[in-house]
Design a protein around this ligand. Structure first.
Ligand SMILES: Cc1cc2nc3c(=O)[nH]c(=O)nc-3n(C[C@H](O)[C@H](O)[C@H](O)COP(=O)(O)O)c2cc1C
Length: 191
């Protein structure tokens, strides 16, 4: 590994719409390796706040139906949940062979601010995403507006928060980079 390799990998990582995924299975061992790489993210006070729920195979349909039930219940209690967003969310599960629910396990003793734990989980996701890219997989991080309503389907404990879902799969075509505004505009040098 050198700077050139890592720069190439970082730029190859893409958000890839799940509609372009094909049916090819993702081996369980590979998913485990990606999550193992996630486990090496930095974190303050060694809380290792990332938790994952891997939803694949027939588990996907079962999960989507549990989500719909939980959201219907939330709606009855007054939550505003747009139906089109739920349908779009369900489609990802039909197209992607694997969904990894990303969960922040917040320190119960509140020894550090929530944002630090969220930042650590996000770094774990970046590790996973870059590793997936290196393994030839495509990925899509979805954060629908109702993710905070999925406590039961994800068996979340009171100190845990959903941070969305990373969908993984193989895609039929590469997805073009949407580029970035120049870094020069985002740096202040104090020399
Ligand atoms: C925390 C987070 C949440 C995201 N949630 C969504 C989402 O709900 N829907 C979506 O289309 N993209 C989502 N994205 C992906 C961004 O749209 C994407 O990263 C951005 O367009 C840049 O594209 P790239 O990932 O290919 O570089 C999310 C990204 C992050 C980091």
């Amino acid at each position: 590994m050198n700077l050139e390799n890592i720069t190439q990998l970082i730029k190859e990582r893409r958000t890839h719409p799940t509609r372009f995924f094909n049916d090819k299975e993702v081996p369980k061992e590979l998913i485990k390796q990606l999550l193992e790489n996630g486990n090496w993210a930095p974190n303050h006070k060694k809380t290792e706040p990332w938790r994952f729920v891997v939803i694949s195979g027939e588990g996907r349909e079962k999960f989507v139906s549990e989500v719909k039930t939980e959201l219907e219940e939330a709606q009855k209690n007054g939550a505003d949940i747009p139906g089109d967003k739920v349908n779009k969310f369900a489609l990802h599960f039909r197209k992607a062979p694997v969904a990894v629910a990303i969960i922040a396990n917040l320190d119960e003793e509140h020894r550090l601010p929530e944002w630090e734990e969220m930042a650590a989980v996000s770094m774990a996701v970046q590790n996973i995403w870059l590793s997936a890219t290196a393994a030839g997989l495509s990925a899509f991080w979805a954060t629908p507006p109702f993710i905070s309503q999925l406590g039961s389907c994800l068996d979340l404990k009171p100190n845990q928060k959903s941070m969305g879902f990373l969908f993984l799969g193989y895609a039929n075509r590469p997805f073009p980079a949407n580029g970035r505004e120049p870094i020069e505009d985002k740096i202040t040098w104090k020399e």
